[in-house]
Design a protein around this ligand. Sequence first.
Ligand code: NDP
Length: 449
Amino acid sequence: MPELDSRLRSTFEEVLRRNPGEQEFHQAVHEVLASLGPVVSKHPEYTDGGIIRRLCEPERQIIFRVPWVDDQGDVQINRGFRVEFNSALGPYKGGLRFHPSVYLGIVKFLGFEQIFKNSLTGMPIGGGKGGSDFDPKGRSDAEVMRFCQSFMTELYRHIGEYTDVPAGDTGVGGREIGYLFGQYKRITNRYESGVLTGKGLSWGGSQVRPEATGYGLVFFVDEMLRSRGEGFEGARVVVSGSGNVAHHAIAKVHELGGTVVACSDSSGYVVDERGIDLELLHEVKQVRRARLHEYADSAGGDVRFVKGGSVWDVPCRIALPCATQNELDADHAKTLLSNGVAIVAEGANMPTTPEAVRVLAEAGVGFGPGKAANAGGVATSALEMQQNASRDSWTFDHTQDRLAQIMRGIHSSCLATAEEYGSPGDYVTGANIAGFTKVADAMLSLGVV
Ligand code: NDP
């Protein structure tokens, strides 16, 4: 890990001491603090006012039991989390993740990242995140519904349009948001559309929300390419994951003239030189809820499935990690480099390890950090909240134009801030500092709360 500025070292030591065993949270905090040296030199009020120390401590952390009955009639117990990290800019906002790997450290890393990401969007939203160690894989619809209902039976008392507005993340898509919203509505007897985002179109959802993270990522990369005088036309692209973010990133790359030749899931990866067939991918992953090898089985021809292994072995010019944290390490980065990668941009949260980021940066590869590159999802959630508040619904094209405009704004704010703080072209520094200063200034104005 790079050395921290001496004024920030004790803050990081405090984070380590107060949050033992939460490795992902430590990593996320360190990554931001490592960018803030030049900021605290220029603005001693941020350290003197305890702003950074306060930012590292969530405003509220909720952990609860989620009991539910499975299809065999057995009682299952999961653990639910909601970390309300920072509300200086607006109500807490961030997704819910259902995955067996979820524990407090994962939720805190995601919630911490969310503060700066949400700030970067320019929308009035604070940062939070939640989830459960529930594994939806292999569960029937009825089991998923009972789990979601039990989860919301506790969560409902902590959330609200002006308090905390959850959305989806890994393992939480339209189906789960539906069950969660239904239970919230039943318990509270209120049709409070603005309490959750990622809703269906007929019950308060926004056009483009399902597509927004993947589309936004590709809009961001398009800006990165333009700033180098290039474009997607003819580019060979590899995407990891095959869920919500990956799917829509692939769609937008194809629309802009690139070809995504490989994608993955936790069982392995598929290589389809003609370009990933999105209809087939949707059928395999969303309809059959099957493993990725079924894509190759159904496609036939030269399409191959590689069990296990790394999708980063597939040569490409643009790599878009869209699966999970720490999925692209230094060895993967070296392989990508030797195969001629020019741009890596994060659709997932923190998918690239710090060592891999360093390898890529030293080689001059354009690197788009998730805080900036995948902010389109939460930005469109904020657009959904706007539509809910005004009881309006916008067209697909209008909403997509707003998303594209927001992503262009984030891109230019990253570059301008990086330049201002002496690291031209460094999107990591730009995103961290631009996201941080807005929240820090708001916190200074609001006093010690
Ligand atoms: P999904 O659940 O829709 O998809 C996740 C995908 O990643 C699946 O293909 C899954 O494979 C794969 N995956 C998960 N864990 C691993 C692993 N250990 N190794 C390889 N593949 C893995 O989630 P999303 O697409 O919504 O989210 C993906 C990432 O994007 C997460 O980091 C999330 O936090 C981030 N993100 C999501 C946003 C959103 O709007 N949804 C917004 C911003 C960021 P399998 O099916 O085998 O589990």
